[in-house]
Design a protein around this ligand. Structure first.
Ligand code: KG4
Ligand code: ZN
Length: 352
């Protein structure tokens, strides 16, 4: 079984083709994986501009589909399904991906799969690692920070979420305030190298509180106030601040994961989403998991940030279960993973 996956929910236009292993288990084979990062389009604005993103997806997507097919040495007839991110995300971009996937599926008589972007991240670990359901998941990206139990495609229980900002957003804001560029996460990680992680005592919102919720807005404010007071004649201050910031985020994530492991014990803790690309944070979570008798598993770094392979893989997981979508699927700007939190699943009106 081979599925083509399209990802257009933010600022990466990405297409991949993934081949499933025999049976229903993990570890697929990536036959093609192409990503166009819209960095130059958005850099001068210091963040993603939704309308510019949508237009850039529209301009690039057809070409990237052709590139992916060429890389895999396949034609559309060789595919078993076409998957695209159906939400949540910037709706203009999601529309471009969904319409393209529907057109390909219709024209070539293939099943169409609308993938929840968060499910793409949540299942991505099984594309490369031998991980069985259920597992505990920390999903930390630019728009989300959640802890979930993952039992299978479409089968999630949310244990906690952020009450304000996402972890990745906090990295992006810190980088912007320090003039380190965009996207912020990798820039802060690079700037932290050699810095003193103990120099600045920053607040750790929710730390040692019961439950699994997160909060990052107080940390963001504290970073801004610290930057305003940085001594101008201290060349090491930025590295120290980035290292201290990263350590603080590590403290909070580890503390929340410890509560989750206590509430919903699991032999496997998975971390996914763009923030999971951070090597320091992966190390912190690895130590934490080991101290609870669990193992940390993370996707390879380049599959942590948005990509088409995770959408193709989620497509495979769903196609195997017959969970295909009709061509009247409506793209969704909001789409919680936990069905208990989903107004559509509860039969209530959905804003699109
Ligand atoms: O999953 P993703 O690519 O897009 C969303 O679904 O949001 O995550 C992007 C986020 C950005 O906030 C980015 O700054 C952050 O992930 N990120 C990182 C690193 N690489 C990306 N944060 C910390 N350290 C990194 N190395
Ligand atoms: Zn993402």
């Amino acid at each position: 079984m081979r599925v083509l996956g399209i990802e257009t929910s933010c600022d990466e236009t990405a297409v991949a083709i993934v081949e499933a292993p025999a049976g229903n288990g993990p570890v697929g084979r990536i036959l093609a994986n192409v990503v166009y990062s819209q960095l130059t389009e958005h850099r001068r604005f210091g963040g993603v501009v939704p309308e510019i993103a949508a237009r850039a997806h529209l301009e690039r997507l057809d070409g990237l589909v052709m590139d992916a097919l060429a890389e895999a040495g396949l034609g559309l007839a060789d595919l078993d399904g076409i998957a695209a991110t159906g939400g949540p995300g910037l709706i203009g971009g999601v529309l471009v991906g969904v319409m393209t996937a529907k057109a390909l599926a219709f024209a070539h008589d293939k099943p169409f799969l609308a993938i929840n972007h968060l499910e793409g991240h949540a299942l991505s670990v099984r594309l490369t690692e031998d991980v069985a359901f259920p597992y505990l998941l920390l999903l930390a990206s630019g728009g989300h920070c959640q802890l979930l139990t993952v039992r299978g495609p479409g089968d999630f229980t949310r244990l906690g979420t952020t009450i304000d900002d996402a972890a990745g957003e906090c990295f992006d804001k810190t980088a912007k305030l320090l003039g380190l560029g965009f996207p912020g996460g990798p820039a802060v990680e690079r700037a932290a190298v050699g810095g003193d992680p103990q120099r600045f005592a920053l607040p750790r919102p929710m730390w040692r509180k019961p439950g699994c919720d997160f909060s990052f807005s107080g940390l963001k404010t504290a970073v801004r106030q610290t930057i305003e007071k940085l001594p101008p004649d201290d060349p090491g201050a930025i590295a120290d601040l980035c290292a201290s910031f990263q350590r603080t985020v590590g403290d909070v994530l580890a503390d929340r994961c410890a509560n989750a492991l206590a509430l919903a014990p699991s032999p496997t803790l998975v971390v996914a989403g763009g923030v999971a690309a951070n090597v320091y944070l992966r190390g912190r979570l690895e130590t934490l998991a080991a101290s609870h008798g669990a193992r940390l598993v993370a996707p390879p770094i380049k599959l942590c940030t948005d990509n088409g392979a995770m959408i193709a893989w989620a497509g495979i997981e769903r196609l195997r279960l017959g969970l295909t979508d009709a061509l009247d699927f409506r793209p969704r700007p909001r789409w919680p993973l936990d069905p208990a939190l989903d107004p559509a699943a509860a039969g209530m009106a959905v804003r699109v």
